[in-house]
Design a protein around this ligand. Structure first.
Ligand SMILES: [Fe+2]
Ligand SMILES: [Fe+2]
Length: 267
């Protein structure tokens, strides 16, 4: 019988790109196919930084160069930025499996499935970068996603709110604009990849919504009030219109909640 927390930790620890991808795909497949053991005795250890390659260099977000999409370099930098998000998303999914103990089996199956999707997303973008004569690591990147993982490591409720329902949901908002800008410069190959990713990310945010509500019910707190408070405390700057309201609805955001997001972002 496999121990999912041990598997998740091995995926987090993997430092080279190839090892991270191979372990992640393998672990997700075995969790989907087999019965697994849920270890509830041991406490999870804090992870300051999961295993990662020495490049890309991590810098503060404000130091990242902004390039237009008119040049090949600018388009490669955009594909690299999305690849970096997907690489982090692999670790975020495994950390959701590793860190939060005593959740229902379906919770662990959901996040292992997300890890499998993120692994595939990274591979598609990495292949696209190679076509552009680049590789993951060629441009600088920031560590904002993992920083949010550390911030929410004590609470599954906060993690579900602030990672899938804020950060991944932000991806739903910004990807249509990226697709339009890439289409305008004729980069249909990247457009095709981003369309697949956008479609599949809806399911990740939906899983976040389901488990956030589950955590709220367990804690006996109101989901909408709690989400609004967490956004106000930790993520106000992340919310910027235009919102992809259709995708957010499909991912479990209610009408009232979408209206409230619009008010919060305008405040
Ligand atoms: Fe993804
Ligand atoms: Fe995702």
């Amino acid at each position: 019988m496999i121990d999912i927390h041990v598997l998740a930790k091995q995926c987090l620890a993997a430092a080279s790109v190839e090892e991270k991808l191979a372990r992640s795909a393998e672990a997700a497949a075995s969790i989907a196919a087999r019965d697994f053991r849920i270890e509830t005795r041991a406490e999870p250890e804090p992870i300051d930084q999961p295993g990662r390659p020495s490049r890309p260099r991590l810098v503060p977000a404000r130091q990242l160069a902004q390039r237009g999409l008119g040049s090949a370099e600018g388009r490669a930098a955009l594909v690299h930025a999305v690849a970096h998000i997907e690489f982090n998303a692999i670790d975020l999914a495994w950390d959701a499996v590793y860190r939060f103990r005593g959740m229902p089996r379906e919770y662990y199956r959901d996040w292992a499935q997300v890890a499998a999707d993120e692994t595939r997303h990274f591979r598609m973008l990495s292949a696209r970068l190679a076509e552009m004569d680049h590789a993951y690591g060629d441009f600088d990147a920031h560590n904002g996603l993992w920083e949010m993982a550390v911030k929410t490591s004590a609470s599954c409720l906060e993690r579900m709110a602030l990672v899938p329902r804020v950060l991944e949901a932000r991806g739903l908002d910004v990807t249509p604009g990226m697709i339009a800008r890439l289409r305008a410069v004729g980069d249909e190959r990247t457009v095709g990849i981003l369309e697949i990713i956008l479609r599949e990310e809806v399911a990740h945010v939906a899983a976040g919504s389901r488990w956030f509500e589950w955590c709220c019910a367990r804690a006996g707190v109101d989901a909408q009030e709690t989400f609004a408070r967490l956004v106000a405390e930790h993520a106000r700057g992340v919310l910027k219109p235009p919102f992809n309201t259709a995708a957010r609805r499909a991912a479990g955001f209610g009408e009232q909640e979408i209206n409230r997001l619009m008010r919060q972002s305008a405040a």
